[in-house]
Design a protein around this ligand. Structure first.
Ligand SMILES: [Zn+2]
Length: 172
């Protein structure tokens, strides 16, 4: 269950005003409204996450939710620890570790047949993305916790960018 939900701008190069985003997330109760740069879960965090499963870990009381912002100077790949089986495009050979591919960087090469390409060509099945800013919420069970339309709308409003999300084990 040590998976995280990562939210990020759809465009890898999109530059997001981190302070403006923090301010908005605090204003809507997604984060605690203290004036520091802390990212403690706010009283309304749960209202912005829709649960499809029956046992939401964030609201079960025993587990403390954590929210982190990760920002980078240049587009950065995160994730790759998928619950689904990932395959190389073209040859279809199984990817042992998406996270290891990401760590190695472009280009990847299939160890079985020599097929190669770049990370962006891989069908990550919602387990990885490249961006300059990510919001990480954990712990979460992949696919059972989905960001609400209200949250995605807010993020788009404050950043001027459409947002996407994925699930991965966290390595940060
Ligand atoms: Zn191959």
């Amino acid at each position: 269950m040590d998976y995280s939900l990562f939210l990020h701008p759809r465009k890898a190069h999109a530059e997001i005003d981190r302070q403006g985003l923090l301010k908005e997330l605090k204003a809507i109760g997604f984060l605690q409204p203290d004036p520091s740069s802390a990212t403690r879960p706010g009283p309304k965090l749960m209202e912005f996450i829709t649960y499809l499963g029956c046992s939401p870990a964030l609201s079960s009381g025993g587990i403390e939710a954590s929210v982190k912002l990760h920002s980078f100077d240049t587009p950065f790949w995160l994730g790759g620890e998928a619950i689904d089986r990932l395959r190389f495009p073209g040859c279809g050979h199984v990817i042992d570790s998406g996270a290891a591919l990401i760590e190695q960087g472009d280009p990847w090469q299939c160890p079985e047949c020599g097929n190669h390409g770049d990370l962006a060509s891989i069908g990550w099945r919602r387990s990885a993305a490249r961006a300059r800013l990510f919001i990480e919420i954990s712990p979460i069970f992949p696919r059972e916790a989905v960001p609400s339309d209200a949250l995605l709308d807010r993020l788009q409003q404050v950043s001027g960018q459409p947002w996407r999300w994925f699930y991965s084990r966290s390595r940060l």
